[in-house]
Design a protein around this ligand. Sequence first.
Ligand SMILES: O=C[C@H](O)COP(=O)(O)O
Length: 250
Amino acid sequence: MRLKLAAGNWKMNGTGGDLHVLTELAQRHTHPACELLICPPATLLHRAAQAVEGAEIAVGGQDCHPQGNGAYTGDISAQMLIDAGASAVILGHSERRQYHAEADETVCAKALAAQAAGLTVIVCVGESLAQREAAETLQVIAGQIAGSVPDLASGNALVIAYEPIWAIGTGLVPDTGQIAEVHDFMRTRLQDRFGAEIGGQIRLLYGGSVKATNAEEIFAVPNVDGALVGGASLTAADFSPIVRALESST
Ligand SMILES: O=C[C@H](O)COP(=O)(O)O
């Protein structure tokens, strides 16, 4: 059985005054089949990890460098994330791919480093609106999975988040048939590559304008094992109903 995962990506939002969101979430959610993860900005990681120590909520980074250390000004290694208290990292988010020109090869190198350090890796994939309109969605997803996901010994520490770029922060959401098509396709590709067992262990999240109002129907889609949530993860009032919807889907 795959554990469900509700992951919040705070992106470049949040300072020390927002840490109460984590403690509120930790108080509200302790479902055994549903993991909760918040990825705050790197400046908050250590304090976030301390704030949720002993609670059923994990913290993660939003990026890491492929190297363990060295002359890479401004970058953060996977080991540093672990040192700060992280247990997971988001890699290849479309905002990294777009604003930092991250190609699949870079994402793959980062994922390898993160895996070697012992982090759970959340690799993001997703098509642009132009690619969807040109009927290239599955081809784009196949290429990103092939190029960004490293070889695996186990599927438990890998998560893939399908985030159509046109749905991120826009309020637009694919219909459940479109989500099902991509998630089923990803499952098949992963099982073809890694075998039924490992490919079946990898959790598949949906991300892009997930809200309390649409969470239940998204979580009812087969092969959707949870969500990667941006804007609606910034407050407990917005994120809790999404987490509850995921808990109810187990
Ligand atoms: O990583 C999260 C996604 O980019 C989704 O963001 P959003 O929920 O604000 O649309």
